[in-house]
Design a protein around this ligand. Structure first.
Ligand code: FEO
Length: 403
């Protein structure tokens, strides 16, 4: 990959990560992810966001800096918008190559430089409204806490109108040789839209209130280019990704899409049979739904659909007096990621004795879900139960449509 030019003074550098390692050690990335950094050159030189040395990312960054005529050792300022190690993991090695570099971050970010990397020299804390004059080009800093962790800030370059937003406005998915929005076809954008939603739900979703606050704060800047540290750089239609993020942020508490995310697990097919009847009820009302079987499907994908859907079905059997264990994990993630304010329905079979309901009720108590009355049955569902399940499916679908 070559460095791509954003303006006379700004280069986009990126490394594509194709790895079976999970992102944050949790989230699968079958389509990879990019780690983007940015070089800004005035009379002085700044590098914005670094990489973790993952799948050759550090060598890649060095080679793209060389494309732009820069050695790591000649960079004057390293700006760290966010300290998570996907953007800073290579910091100690970089600092060893360039001991004189000045590292710029928020005060909380500087503390993390010290704790993560044991670096305590050449550090400069900045706050909202501070600027860095590179000679001919100036960078402005805005604190945007909790997008994605408390120390986060964004950097803005007003001549080109480029916002370096780090995790915000990012996506999973590698970029290859094309980094700008206007270089992708509509169907490719549809793919990235799906991966941006999954990224948002996985990484940023629980901070949605802060996302909205940050977007409000940044609106007066006159953003012409959105340059995140994962995914596409938006220079033709930057508002597309900003609006998309605003919509995703709304999903946390609502409104969500009038769709139903069905999450199910079944041991011997009895819960599955009941679910099939319920799905007919949803189809009767023509409400779109997504189906996710656990534990077969990773929670990363389940969460993406749950995050955007107004309705949720949880179908699982009782297992050893409690919930089906893979579903307990899914609900734990829903709780952590603030999948709030849904219309919900829980169904499931039990064999020897029940128990899933009690644990489920406790688990979802904090999620502010409005439930259609659930259905539980012993063993195989009989005809009356199947008819009831179909009716409850209709009821949920109608509730979702009503909003
Ligand atoms: Fe891409 Fe929160 O790090």
């Amino acid at each position: 990959m070559k460095a791509a030019r954003i303006s006379d003074s700004i280069w986009a550098l990126h490394a594509d990560i194709d790895s079976t390692d999970r992102f944050e050690g949790i989230w699968p990335i079958p389509n990879g992810v990019s780690l983007n950094s940015y070089l800004v050159r005035g009379e002085k030189t700044a590098l914005i966001d670094l990489v973790r040395d993952w799948c050759g990312a550090a060598a890649n960054l060095t080679s793209q800096l060389a494309d732009a005529g820069i050695e790591p050792s000649s960079i004057d300022y390293l700006i760290l918008n966010h300290l998570e190690p996907d953007h800073t993991g290579w910091l100690a090695e970089f600092k060893a190559q360039n001991p004189g570099v000045q590292i710029i971050a928020t005060a909380k970010g500087i503390e993390l430089v010290k704790s993560f990397y044991k670096i305590d020299e050449g550090l400069r804390a900045v706050k909202s409204g501070d600027a860095l004059d590179l000679g001919g080009v100036t960078l402005h800093f805005e604190e945007t806490p909790n997008v994605h962790w408390p120390e986060t800030m964004m950097t803005f370059e007003p001549i080109s109108g480029t916002l370096f937003s780090c995790d915000a406005f990012g996506s999973y998915g590698t970029l290859g040789k094309r980094v700008f929005d206007d270089e992708y076809y509509a169907e490719e954008h549809a793919f990235f839209q799906g991966e941006s939603l999954r990224y948002y739900a996985n990484i940023v979703g629980s901070f949605s209130l802060f996302v909205k606050r940050a977007i409000q704060k940044l609106a007066p800047l006159g953003i012409k280019v959105v340059a995140p540290s994962h995914g596409i750089i938006w220079r033709e239609k930057p508002q597309t990704i900003i609006d998309r993020y605003l919509k995703y942020a709304d999903y946390m508490e609502g409104p969500q899409e009038k769709e139903i995310c069905v999450v199910w697990g079944s041991m011997y097919g009895n819960t599955k049979r009941g679910l099939e009847a319920l799905l007919k009820g949803i189809e009767d009302e023509r409400v779109p739904f997504s189906l996710h079987r656990v534990p077969d499907e990773d929670v990363s994908f389940v969460l993406a659909d749950a995050f955007k859907s107004a309705g949720i079905v949880i179908a699982m059997p009782t297992y050893e007096y409690r919930m089906f264990p893979p579903m307990a994990y899914v609900l734990d993630i829903f709780e952590r990621k603030h999948v709030w304010n849904r219309k919900a329905l829980r169904i499931g079979s039990w064999g020897w004795v029940g128990g899933a309901k009690k644990e489920y009720d406790e688990k979802v108590a904090s999620l502010k879900w409005t439930h259609v009355e659930g259905v539980e049955w012993a063993g195989a569902p009989d005809e009356a139960t199947l008819a009831l399940l179909r009716e409850r499916g209709r009821e949920l679908a109608r509730a979702v449509k009503a909003g």
